[in-house]
Design a protein around this ligand. Structure first.
Ligand code: NAP
Length: 253
């Protein structure tokens, strides 16, 4: 066994990555598979079949709408039925809805909170219950945001949900460390995905954003994937309850 395999290898592990049809989730799924994990990739409106096919035999694709309170359990049960367990859970699926705070409807608020925060709690709880029963170690990695720290403009539900993801990460880490389950989060900066296409196409906003990022470039989904592999691996066994910014220096500025 090489030192790379022993520290970062994920052979024998089963991972569930939500929102893995494209963007950050797909990049994470590929990287976990490359490190040796079997990977359950989840999609919603856009199926994750292409991600699963590109990875090959060690991946399978699942579909669930996480905006319904039943979606997380249906997804978890389907993955469990196929793979028999989940050792690594990557809560990546997320949505954003833009509106002035005074006009924001309760329906939109509830949907964003269900997808971005409540489903993260539900899936984490389902995974942890099984891990605790099996007395097995596990890793949960939540995808937070710069808006876990900052308020943003016209995205009150997104900011509240991602702030909640950071706090939930710490709360779960505190309770489950004793069971050998580490819970951490990654706060991506500005990453070039479908989510941020409109921003990148707006010349003024694009320039303003680039001027503010010390690294001077948009992040790529692969920039997040390495941190996810690290947080899923033995190399991070003593890290729990952390929210790690992967933002080209944005927050430090
Ligand atoms: P993306 O490609 O749009 O990924 C978002 C994923 O979440 C999609 O696969 C989407 O599936 C899924 N999703 C949305 N609503 C869902 C629902 N109701 N049920 C199940 N799945 C749902 O964008 P991304 O940038 O890679 O985003 C991934 C994560 O990173 C999100 O949590 C996002 O908030 C976070 N993030 C992104 C950035 C960035 O700059 N890109 C920055 C900070 C944080 P469908 O489209 O098929 O519904």
């Amino acid at each position: 066994m090489t030192s790379r395999e022993s520290l970062f290898g994920l052979e024998g592990k089963v991972a569930l990555v939500t929102g893995a049809a494209g963007g950050i989730g797909a990049a994470i799924a590929h990287a976990l598979a490359e490190a040796g994990a079997e990977v359950a990739v989840h999609g919603n409106r856009r199926p994750a079949d292409e991600t699963a096919e590109a990875i090959g035999a060690q991946a399978a694709s699942f579909s669930a709408d996480l905006s319904s309170s039943e979606g997380p359990e249906q997804l978890y049960r389907a993955v469990h039925a196929r793979f028999g367990r989940v050792d690594l859970l990557i809560n990546n699926a997320g949505m954003i809805h833009r509106d002035a705070a005074e006009d924001f409807s309760l329906e939109d608020w509830n949907r964003v909170l269900q997808v971005n925060l409540t489903s993260v709690f539900q899936l984490s709880q389902l995974a942890a219950r099984d891990l605790i029963a099996r007395k097995a170690p596990g890793k949960i990695v939540n995808i937070a945001s710069l808006l876990s720290f900052q308020g943003g403009i016209r995205v009150p539900a997104y900011a509240a949900s991602k702030g909640g993801v950071a706090q939930l990460t710490k709360a779960l880490a505190n309770e489950w460390a004793v069971h050998g389950i580490q819970v951490n989060a990654i706060a991506p900066g500005y990453i070039a995905t479908a989510n941020t296409e409109a921003l990148r196409n707006d010349e003024t906003r694009n320039r303003q954003i680039l001027e503010r990022i010390p690294a001077g470039r948009w992040g790529q989904p692969e920039d997040i994937a390495g941190t996810a592999v690290f947080l899923c691996s033995r190399a991070s066994n003593y890290i729990t309850g952390s929210v790690i910014a992967v933002d080209g220096g944005w927050l430090g500025r």
